[in-house]
Design a protein around this ligand. Structure first.
Ligand SMILES: Cc1cc2nc3c(=O)[nH]c(=O)nc-3n(C[C@H](O)[C@H](O)[C@H](O)COP(=O)(O)O)c2cc1C
Ligand code: SF4
Ligand code: SF4
Length: 255
């Protein structure tokens, strides 16, 4: 068993990159995807949660994962949370702090790392991925120092954005009904492999979406043929993933 464990959720690799950088620095650390539930066995020195901000709060998969996690043996561990965002932090940390409180644990440290904004369903992808990746790496350095030294910096408990968050997350789950697959699809199944929540089944060589989508946009962003689109909105919006994260990193969710 490792001394430390980090749970992550990531569609385009920003959060996975932060999680990997922290894991490398604190050493002796397991990295586990939050796409599926996990049973903690034993006591860890540090337990981390790293994920993107969705609609000013937690992705639905992260909320479900943390609610289901049994922290009984780890109430005294140093629990930290780092959310990655395109522009703000809002309620991502507040949400998770409340869930951990309800399990008699304590979120000792919460921080936001600003990254490239990846929601291609709403806007075109910027052409500044390398600049954003550098800024992300710079911000992660301070987070690493804090986590190495077990710094106590809990997030604020109040955030008004949380009021809007629930309906937004519900709406996202069925938003895959707006996905379409063009003739460019070569049946490679990459989309199905990168989906963190097994929402894509391959049928007759084409992806079928199962309507429990997180809208993480991994399938849209990693398709090598840019064959997956959201209505007619994303055809010319470009595609993005973190420059240091490979498809193999995404697919080997347990690294
Ligand atoms: C469905 C969705 C909702 C998002 N909502 C927000 C948001 O409310 N605020 C924000 O700053 N960024 C938002 N983003 C941007 C992501 O949080 C940001 O790009 C994040 O770093 C992506 O992480 P990943 O590469 O690990 O998936 C959203 C992205 C998606 C896909
Ligand atoms: S990743 Fe793209 S090309 Fe590959 S099966 Fe999915 S839609 Fe088709
Ligand atoms: S179907 Fe696509 S957008 Fe939805 S959860 Fe899976 S990879 Fe993410």
């Amino acid at each position: 068993m490792s001394k430390n464990i980090i749970f992550y959720f990531s569609g385009t690799g920003n959060s996975l990159k932060v999680a990997k950088d922290i894991a490398a620095a604190i050493e002796d650390c397991e990295l586990i995807s939050m796409g599926k539930s996990h049973k903690l066995s034993g006591t860890y020195e540090r337990i981390g949660f790293v994920y993107p901000v969705y609609g000013g709060g937690l992705p639905g998969a992260v909320e479900r994962f943390v609610k289901a996690l049994d922290l009984l043996e780890n109430k005294n561990s140093f629990i930290f949370s780092v959310c990655t965002s395109g522009s703000g932090s809002a309620g991502g940390l507040t949400n998770i702090s409340k869930i951990i409180d309800s399990k008699d644990g304590k979120l000792s440290y919460g921080e936001t790392v600003r990254c490239f904004s990846n929601y291609v369903g709403l806007y075109a992808m910027g052409n500044n991925a390398d600049i954003k990746a550098k800024a992300q790496a710079q911000a992660t350095k301070q987070v690493i120092k804090d986590i190495q030294s077990l710094a106590v910096k809990p997030p604020s408990k109040n955030n008004p954005m949380i009021l809007l968050h629930g309906p937004f997350i519900k709406w996202l789950a069925k938003r895959d009904k707006a996905f379409n697959v063009s003739e460019a699809c070569n049946s490679c199944a990459t989309c199905s492999k990168v989906c963190p929540v097994e929402n894509i089944k391959m049928q007759d060589g084409k992806p079928i979406f199962l309507h429990h989508c997180e809208q993480c946009v991994a399938c849209v962003q990693w398709c090598p043929k840019q064959a997956i689109n959201i209505k007619n909105k994303t055809q010319n919006r470009g595609r993005y993933h973190h420059p240091d994260i490979t498809l193999a990193d995404m697919i080997n969710k347990k690294l």
